[in-house]
Design a protein around this ligand. Structure first.
Ligand code: PLP
Length: 400
């Protein structure tokens, strides 16, 4: 079934690369909007969107233009000096997200690390927690990245096996359990670090009211509410940020992925000026963070989200998709859940074979947390494409 060229490239990658992934047998050569094209010319509907890093659709011409124009001017000077793109980007990003200040980084994990450092410094320098005693509360099935400290906060055995010793100071509790949160907070608690919807964890949505109550509890105990919206942010769930569904404003907002429009890794941690001023010159940084190329790309990426009403489209198309999936009524499906275009289908058994069946039909999607299939196409998807996706889904489920 796998074509010659595809086969050859897969063998080559397996020969020369580390085996830290188990990718689909799909070798992409080019992409546009919601479509991927493999090396043998076959077309696929992308329902992964690089884990929400291409919300704006693949190779968006406006972002490409910004990237190319900036690439011919200046791309990197490091933060040893200033560059003319950074101020404009920071102004745009903070206004867009509704925060006073932002600290730019590159990958999501680096922005999470930034938030962790900020929370710890807050604990010692503002809250008065005893030296090295600060605690950050995290939640079962979280995904915040792959650094040694971040995996220390994970509940996933495979992320951690033989990678110790781990960074102390993380308290793991059940996701969505308010009583557990109440019990875990003490005078050493610096922050909670939470995904408003867990993406990698299997598209898990906390019980109604949980986020709002958790936020209130944090306020009461001077605990920072740090929202990791790296996957849920920038329109994915039908609002610009998932925390908007619960009308809460986090103390620290962590963004990444779609901020780079699929072109470039751009991430940031946002907070109040008072909080961010805890960082002094030399305390934290990144060679590439806030470089002019990243700033130009991110500005264009944000512009596309607004001008193309992508959050609104995610809401409309997501509803259409979930209604269609629920109408399937396959006995193999346990539950369809999601918000906007972050949709999870939980099966009674592993979802991987179903993902393979869909791939054969030209739908690229992946299982997460064994039994869950995640559907998260670029937010530029239209009605016909959703209908096509549903057709193939019905087809595959009757066979599977
Ligand atoms: C992808 C992701 C990260 C890590 O981002 P990287 O760019 O891969 O380091 C962190 N948190 C969440 C919720 C994510 O989805």
């Amino acid at each position: 079934m796998i074509e010659e060229k595809t086969h050859e490239l897969i063998a080559m990658e397996d020969r020369y690369g580390a085996h830290n992934y188990h990718p689909l047998d799909l070798v992409v050569e080019r992409a546009a909007g919601v479509w991927l094209y493999d090396v043998d010319g076959k077309r696929y509907l992308d329902c992964i969107s690089a884990y929400s890093a291409v919300n704006q659709g693949h190779c968006h011409p406006r972002i490409a233009e910004a990237l190319l124009a900036q690439a011919q001017k200046v791309t990197l000077v490091s933060r040893a000096m200033r560059n003319d793109r950074l101020p404009r980007f920071l102004k745009k990003l903070t206004e867009f997200c509704g925060f006073e200040v932002a600290l730019p980084m590159n990958t999501g994990a680096e922005a999470v690390e930034t938030a962790i450092k900020l929370a710890r410094r807050y604990a010692y320098d503002i809250k008065g927690v005893a030296h090295d005693k600060a605690e950050i509360i995290v939640f079962n099935n979280n995904f915040h990245g792959r650094t040694t400290s971040i995996i220390s906060a994970s509940s996933e055995a495979s992320y951690k096996r033989s990678f110790g010793p781990f960074t102390p100071g993380f308290i793991l509790i059940e996701y969505g359990n308010f009583d557990a949160l109440q019990a875990a907070i003490n005078q050493n608690t610096a922050a909670i670090l939470i995904e408003p919807i867990q993406g990698e964890g299997g598209v898990n949505i906390p019980p109604p009211g949980f986020l709002k109550r958790a936020w209130g509890l944090c306020k009461e105990h001077e605990v920072l509410f740090m929202a990791d919206e790296i996957q849920t942010g920038f329109g994915r769930t039908g609002t610009m940020f998932a925390t908007e569904h619960d009308s809460i404003k986090p103390d620290v907002l962590i963004v990444g992925k779609a901020l780079g429009g699929g072109y470039y890794p751009v991430s940031a941690a946002l907070a109040s000026k008072k909080l961010m001023d805890l960082f002094k010159p030399g305390d934290h940084g990144s060679t590439f963070g806030g470089n002019p190329l990243a700033c130009a790309v991110a500005e264009a990426a944000l512009g596309v989200l607004v001008d193309e009403n992508l959050a609104e489209n995610a809401q409309t198309m997501g509803t259409l998709l979930m209604d269609g999936l629920r109408a399937c009524k396959s006995p193999r499906i346990k539950e369809v859940r999601g918000r906007g275009l972050l949709v999870g289908i939980e099966f009674h058994k592993p979802a991987r074979p179903f993902a393979s069946a869909l791939l054969q039909r030209g739908i690229a999607c992946k299982d997460t947390h064994v039994n869950v299939l995640r559907l998260a196409p670029p937010l530029v998807i239209n009605r016909e494409e959703i209908e096509m996706l549903l057709e193939h889904f019905k087809d595959a489920s009757s066979e599977f």
